[in-house]
Design a protein around this ligand. Structure first.
Ligand code: FCA
Length: 327
């Protein structure tokens, strides 16, 4: 009896050691297209939490173009990683990324921006976590319409800046979601102006929105939509530059990371009226955890997870963040 107990105990210890040794061997890459953007820093922060919790190594890499993506994947392969999560700088790199991952024997998941095939259709085989873009866009549109009504504006006199990045499907879904609600509420289509940004950051959006404002100097009241907070912030900065006061602008972003929070912290309100907060915790922690489970326990992640968002304004963003567990 004593012998059996001893053997059982030794077995337990052996299994325990084997599992923890294995966790330490797991290496997961987390590649993002814009490492300087607060959203991606938050994703990394929450992915780090998963790494700490499970005991695996997380390798964070910024890759702003296709070449950097290729070398990042090769690098992960050479380091002995088993898988990676990526938000690609260009969704059209899809087939190339899939091939590179396979060549390096790396499991692949995507986050935020879904890879597409040569014909533009999504690569459905690669597990993806994105935001429910149309719905979140609609929430932006509803909040803008509510504020237009509250301010008693005549929609015929209002212009809408559509800060656009149409090569990215989730960006199209987000802005079209917002604009569909505006149009359904009587916003004239002729007052919607496209401001194509060269990159998904504030500076590019500022440049694009400035062109629209200068071309339509007769319009004195504006609203703005875009794929993220940076896009809308660019439009807000553009209105400030041309002298449109804060109370004549309603910009609502998507994100809720520091870009938006810093704006809400300013002593007086700007044209950045609100944001739909999305969850970097789900996109960072959960994707990293799912990848770990795939590698360590052969548990395949769901092919498609779409996360929700919640509107936050200057006066309630702290409560909303707390509610979402991202404080
Ligand atoms: C895209 C945008 C990011 C963020 C993310 C969820 O990647 O570029 O700003 O909104 O989707």
């Amino acid at each position: 009896m004593r012998f059996i107990k001893a053997v059982a105990l030794a077995g337990t210890v052996a299994i325990f050691t084997a599992t923890s040794a294995f966790a330490a061997d797991v290496k997961i890459g987390f590649i993002v297209k814009q490492p300087e953007e607060p959203w991606f820093q938050d994703e990394w922060k929450f992915a780090d939490e998963a790494a700490k919790e499970k005991g695996f190594t997380l390798v964070k890499i910024g890759a702003q173009d296709g070449e950097k993506v290729q070398s990042a994947i090769d690098n992960l392969g050479a380091q002995g990683a088993q898988g990676f999560i990526i938000c690609t700088p260009d969704v059209k790199l899809g087939p190339g990324i899939v091939a590179k991952a396979a060549a390096n024997d790396l499991k692949l998941m995507t986050v935020d921006d879904r890879l597409v095939n040569a014909d533009g259709s999504p690569i459905e085989d690669v597990p993806h976590m994105g935001i429910s873009a149309t719905k979140i866009g609609e929430a932006v549109g509803e909040a803008i319409v509510a504020e237009i009504k509250k301010r008693g504006w005549d929609m015929k006199e209002v212009g809408a800046i559509r800060v656009s990045y149409d090569q990215l499907p989730t960006a199209v879904d987000r802005v079209e979601g917002a604009l569909s609600v505006l149009k359904a509420n009587g916003f004239p289509e002729a007052n919607i102006f496209d401001a194509p940004q060269a990159k998904t950051d504030t500076e590019a959006a500022l440049n694009a929105a400035t062109v629209v404002l200068n071309k339509n100097a007769g319009i004195k009241k504006w609203v703005a939509v875009g794929l993220n907070d940076e896009a809308v912030l660019g439009a807000v900065r553009a209105t400030e530059t041309v002298g449109i006061p804060a109370d004549s602008m309603i910009g609502i972003g998507i994100g809720g990371a520091d870009s938006a929070i810093n704006e809400f912290k300013k002593p007086s309100a700007t044209g950045f009226f609100g944001t739909v907060i999305i969850s970097p915790k789900r996109h960072g922690y959960e994707t990293a955890l799912n990848m770990y489970e795939w590698i360590a326990n052969d548990k395949e992640p769901e092919k498609l997870i779409l996360t929700a968002g919640q509107l936050a304004l200057r006066d309630n963003y702290e409560a909303v963040r707390k509610e979402l567990g991202i404080e």
